[in-house]
Design a protein. Structure first.
Length: 300
């Protein structure tokens, strides 16, 4: 019994909060043009959101103990099967006048903070939205010593919101990663059709406040900065590979090596031999700044 309790305490516990209307609206607008959702918001909605890639990502962080979605569900009946299958707790937000923009956001933020403070075993919070309204929530979750991850749509996600998270994933990248895993198992001819078309890059939208996946150049710069700071901090040219990845994600929360065409972090590092070199494979591996003599592990 004591062993069981210790294992439970050490396991990461995840809470998911879906700003469902925001995610659906962004995908609807991307498919039919900006403003398309607003013109049809009080009608039954077609399915644009694939829940599974997001749920798989949340499950990769730990055990999902809270899974809530917020919206006016009378218009999202076409999602009923997928939502029930995923065990999502649906929070109904009834219309209270013409301006409904922030009602779900406020309720989500209050519920998330309440859960953080009433459930000390909760370690990770996942917020699914492209909206900047959750920046303050991210700050409070961090202050409470918890990990906050965001999921939004590339080209539509507020850049300050993405930067406020410990980690940020773009829906398109999760969708592509899930499709790739299906391809491995089924073969290309059997891959199911994706529920929404590819979205335009952030720069095509002419909006300085939204972001897409970081470019390879941006990732290279974050790698260079992180590695240099870790070398300076440690006082030797010998850096843990895992510590390097953590630091890169602190500098660039939306960093995702798979979105850059790399199967893993090691493959990402191999793209930049002018920046980083592998030293050894001890305890997960160590790397060093290229062009300098690498340090050596302490003799045992």
């Amino acid at each position: 019994m004591p062993i069981y309790s210790t294992q439970r305490n050490e396991a990461t516990k995840v809470a998911i909060y879906w700003d469902f209307e925001n995610l659906h609206a962004v995908l609807a607008n991307s498919a039919h043009g900006d403003g398309a959702y607003r013109e049809n918001r009080f009608q039954p909605q077609p399915v644009f959101v694939d829940l599974k890639p997001i749920l798989e990502y949340a499950a990769s962080l730990g055990d999902i103990i809270i899974n809530r979605a917020y919206g006016n569900w009378q218009f999202f009946a076409n999602y009923r099967h997928a939502l029930n299958e995923a065990g999502v707790d649906l929070i109904q937000m009834f219309p209270r006048g013409s301006n409904m923009k922030n009602s779900a956001d406020i309720r989500m933020a209050l519920d998330a903070l309440s859960d953080v403070h009433h459930h000390p075993h909760l370690t990770h919070v996942v917020v699914i939205s492209s909206d900047s309204d959750f920046i303050s929530l991210a700050q409070k979750v961090k202050q409470a010593g918890r990990f906050i991850a965001g999921v939004g749509v590339a080209g539509y996600s507020n850049r300050f919101w993405t930067a406020s998270c410990n980690e940020f994933k773009f829906y398109q990248n999760l969708l592509a990663s899930s499709a790739a895993s299906v391809e491995v198992g089924l073969g290309a001819a059997e891959i199911p059709a994706l529920p929404v078309q590819a979205l335009p890059p952030a720069e095509a939208r002419d909006d300085a406040e939204v972001v897409g996946s970081p470019s390879l150049d941006e990732a290279r710069l974050a790698l260079q900065r992180a590695l240099k700071q870790l070398v300076d901090r440690n006082g030797e040219n010998y850096v843990s590979r895992s510590a390097l990845k953590v630091f890169i994600k602190r500098l660039l929360p939306s960093f995702d090596e798979q979105a850059l065409g790399c199967s893993n972090f090691s493959e990402f590092l191999l793209r930049f031999p002018e920046v980083v070199v592998e030293v050894d494979a001890i305890s997960g591996g160590h790397v060093a700044l290229a062009g300098q003599a690498p340090g050596q592990p302490d003799a045992e």
